[in-house]
Structures are given as structure tokens and as C-alpha cells.
Ligand binder design. Structure first.
Ligand SMILES: *[C@@H]1O[C@H](CO)[C@@H](O)[C@H](O)[C@H]1NC(C)=O
Ligand SMILES: *[C@@H]1O[C@H](CO)[C@@H](O)[C@H](O)[C@H]1NC(C)=O
Ligand SMILES: *[C@@H]1O[C@H](CO)[C@@H](O)[C@H](O)[C@H]1NC(C)=O
Ligand SMILES: *[C@@H]1O[C@H](CO)[C@@H](O)[C@H](O)[C@H]1NC(C)=O
Ligand SMILES: *[C@@H]1O[C@H](CO)[C@@H](O)[C@H](O)[C@H]1NC(C)=O
Ligand SMILES: *[C@@H]1O[C@H](CO)[C@@H](O)[C@H](O)[C@H]1NC(C)=O
Ligand SMILES: CC(=O)N[C@H]1CO[C@H](CO)[C@@H](O)[C@@H]1O
Length: 326
């Protein structure tokens, strides 16, 4: 009996820890850009369309497993087009969490702006009154972040560090442009102690040629004299570091397995008003815990039943013996 209760205690602790861990990590905000030259009023059709668009992009059945989705709501001049792009190495759960989080922050970060782009470590969210699909945007919304440390004397010993970074990144760009997901990483050992990690990504609505030229410009605009840097445009982004900043395990398995916990076409199990993955891990926990509890209860019931029967048999046997003797 005591082991039964410790099992139950363990299972409840496990379920608490799982749901805590699932909701603990917030996406990391990097930057946003929303020119205030074009605005809408809060009772306009544009605002209604924008809200529909945002809820569609963050709906539980959005394509988090491919990491990209576009949507268009309404008719010109009130038409809103938007998209999200998740970093290619991230799981559907992390992607969904980031999109839900960024959608939630849009109207406080950019109230009344008709077009905006939000850069997070894990995803990019974008919307506009213009048709932003299948066109490259590299004239605004640029964001550059560089590791504050200059190349150290050790890296200076590496022959033409910047040249190596540039050629590796351009190699990754060729691969990314040629893939349907428009994403690629590269890992090169510069010395025994220094490994270069690079990542490039375009929004997959771009053609091979547009993606290639966007990434080439992006790499050219990165400060290559640092030990790490990244450059973002709404259409493409690139980054290099001397440490593994992306999930190498996820890259090692190129075609991601079909998402089991994120049905693409069936209605969600969890309430759509609770984005994030805690709902799904709770469903999983329930799916594990409930059968175990039922099995344990059945065992106890079975034990009680047979114990009772055994006792009954033992209690009646002397009477039978008595009958025999008399
Ligand atoms: C746009 O923003 C700038 C600086 O944030 C401000 O000076 C300007 O007045 C704003 N324009 C409008 C139309 O709100
Ligand atoms: C929107 O609200 C403003 C006042 O806040 C009002 O003047 C305008 O008529 C409203 N527009 C619509 C379409 O309801
Ligand atoms: C999600 O499902 C709802 C209906 O269940 C549908 O109206 C909506 O278009 C779907 N969204 C996506 C992005 O597939
Ligand atoms: C959305 O924002 C509200 C208030 O800022 C917050 O309570 C809620 O948890 C947020 N939801 C998500 C999914 O981040
Ligand atoms: C691009 O992919 C095609 C197949 O999809 C392949 O034939 C071609 O060699 C690739 N080109 C490069 C430059 O990798
Ligand atoms: C990296 O990816 C693998 C495979 O998708 C996954 O099992 C693992 O949890 C990921 N690691 C991190 C730190 O996200
Ligand atoms: C340009 C582009 O990728 N358009 C896609 C937007 O999303 C719809 C589905 O929601 C696709 O059919 C389009 O191809």
C-alpha cells in the first residue's frame, strides 16, 4: 500500500514538473520594426482583419512542423498579409510557443501600425498591408547584432578568418536556397579548438534565386571581424558563432518526423485560448497517469477479491471438518 502511495506521489510530482518546465521558457525577443508612417484606427476594418490574421497564424492547427505559414485576410485596401517563420532546427512545440508569444505582444509593441516585423531568437512574425509574399524585402526592417568581442589573437592566427566565415556562410546559402525549407547550417573545424557554426534561412515563399541573392547580401552586411554576428531582414537572416548555437541533434535528422502531437487538420484537443505547449504535455501526462492508476486500482481490487475469497474458504473449512467428525 505504501509503495502505491509513493507511486501516486511520484506521478503527481512528475506531472507538476512537466507542466512547469513546458511553460517556463519564454521566447527571446531581439528586435522589432514598425514604421509609424502608415497607421490604422482601432475601430477600422484593418484592425479587425489584423486580429483575424493573428489568430489564424497562432491557431493550434497552423503548420508549426514546417516552421512557416502565410495568411491573407480581407480585401484591399484593408487586406492584411502575414507570416511566421521559425528557426529551422526548432521543434513544432518551440515554434508554436514562440508564435503564440509574439502574436500576444504585437499590439503592445506596435499599436496601430499597419506593417510590422518582430524578431525573436526562435521565430519571426510579420504582417503588412502590402503583398509581402514571394517578394524580397531588404530595404527596411534590418537588424544586425554582433558579438561585442573582436577576433582574438588566437583567431587572427587562423589564416583569413573573415574569408573562411564568408566562404562557409555562402556555401550554406547555396544549400539553403536549393531546399524547399530554405534553411541550412554549416559546421567547420577551423582548428582543433575552434569550430565555426553558421545558420542561414529565407522565408520559404521566396524563389531559389531570390533567396540566394537575399542571403548573399545578408552575409555581406554581417560584421565578419567579430567572433559572432547575425543579420536579419524580413525575408532572410544569417548568423555565425564559434559555439553550437543551434540544435545539432535536430539538424542531424533532416526530414523531421510527422508531428504526432500536432494534428494538422483535426480540431485541437486543447482550448485554442491557451496557446503554448503546457496543454499538450498535460494531455500526455493524463494519457500516461490515468492508465497506470486504473491498472493499480484493478490490481488492488483483484487482491481484495481473492484475499476475501481465501479468507472465506479458510473460515468455512473447520465447519465442514466438524460436520465430518460428527
Ligand atoms: C513616428 O515616431 C517618431 C519617433 O518615434 C515621432 O517623432 C513621430 O512623431 C511619429 N509620427 C507619427 C505620425 O506618429
Ligand atoms: C471610429 O471612431 C472615431 C472616433 O473614435 C469616429 O469618429 C469614427 O466615425 C469611427 N469610425 C467607424 C468606421 O466607426
Ligand atoms: C484551422 O482549423 C479551422 C477549423 O477547425 C479552420 O477554419 C482554419 O482555417 C484552420 N487554419 C489553418 C491555418 O489551417
Ligand atoms: C498574453 O498576454 C497576457 C497579458 O500580457 C498574458 O497574461 C498571457 O499569459 C499571454 N499569453 C501568452 C501565450 O503569452
Ligand atoms: C539543387 O538541387 C537539385 C535537386 O533538387 C540538384 O540537382 C542540384 O545539383 C542542386 N544544386 C546545388 C547547387 O546544390
Ligand atoms: C534537439 O533536438 C532533438 C531532436 O529533435 C531533441 O530531442 C532535443 O530535445 C533538442 N534539444 C534541445 C536542447 O532543444
Ligand atoms: C507564396 C506562398 O507561399 N503562398 C502560400 C500561402 O499559404 C497558402 C496556404 O494557406 C498556400 O496555398 C500558398 O501557396
Amino acid at each position: 500500500m505504501s509503495s502505491f502511495f509513493s507511486l501516486i506521489t511520484f506521478l503527481f510530482l512528475f506531472s507538476f514538473l512537466t507542466s512547469f518546465r513546458a511553460s517556463a521558457q519564454d521566447p527571446y525577443f531581439l528586435n522589432h520594426n514598425c514604421p509609424n508612417s502608415t497607421t490604422y484606427s482601432s475601430n477600422s476594418t484593418y484592425f479587425t482583419n489584423l486580429k483575424t490574421l493573428l489568430s489564424s497564424l497562432s491557431s493550434p492547427n497552423a503548420s508549426y512542423s514546417t516552421g512557416f505559414q502565410n495568411a491573407t485576410v480581407g480585401q484591399a485596401p484593408d487586406r492584411v498579409t502575414g507570416l511566421f517563420l521559425c528557426r529551422g532546427d526548432l521543434s513544432p512545440e518551440v515554434c508554436r510557443n514562440c508564435v503564440a508569444f509574439s502574436v500576444n505582444e504585437t499590439l503592445t509593441r506596435c499599436p496601430n501600425q499597419r506593417e510590422a516585423v518582430f524578431y525573436y531568437e526562435e521565430c519571426i512574425l510579420r504582417y503588412s498591408h502590402k503583398n509581402i509574399l514571394s517578394t524580397t524585402t531588404t530595404n527596411d526592417g534590418e537588424f544586425i547584432l554582433s558579438n561585442p568581442n573582436n577576433i582574438s589573437p588566437i583567431q587572427k592566427q587562423i589564416n583569413q578568418f573573415t574569408g573562411l566565415v564568408s566562404s562557409n556562410m555562402n556555401q550554406a546559402a547555396i544549400e539553403a536556397a536549393n531546399r524547399s525549407r530554405k534553411f541550412s547550417t554549416i559546421k567547420t573545424e577551423l582548428t582543433e579548438l575552434q569550430t565555426l557554426y553558421g545558420l542561414v534561412q529565407c522565408t520559404p515563399d521566396l524563389s531559389r534565386e531570390n533567396c540566394m541573392s537575399c542571403l548573399t547580401s545578408s552575409i555581406n552586411r554581417m560584421p565578419l571581424s567579430r567572433i559572432g554576428a547575425r543579420q536579419f531582414w524580413p525575408s532572410c537572416n544569417s548568423r555565425y558563432e564559434l559555439y553550437a548555437f543551434y540544435n545539432e541533434t535536430a539538424i542531424a535528422t533532416p526530414p523531421p518526423p510527422p508531428p504526432l502531437r500536432f494534428p494538422e487538420s483535426t480540431p485541437p484537443l486543447t482550448s485554442p485560448s491557451l496557446p503554448g505547449k503546457s496543454g499538450n504535455s498535460n494531455v500526455l501526462v493524463v494519457a500516461i497517469v490515468v492508465p497506470i492508476i486504473v491498472a493499480v486500482l484493478l490490481l488492488i481490487a483483484g487482491y481484495c477479491f481473492f484475499a476475501k475469497r481465501a479468507k472465506k474458504t479458510y473460515g468455512t473449512s473447520p465447519a465442514l471438518d466438524d460436520d465430518k467428525t460428527t
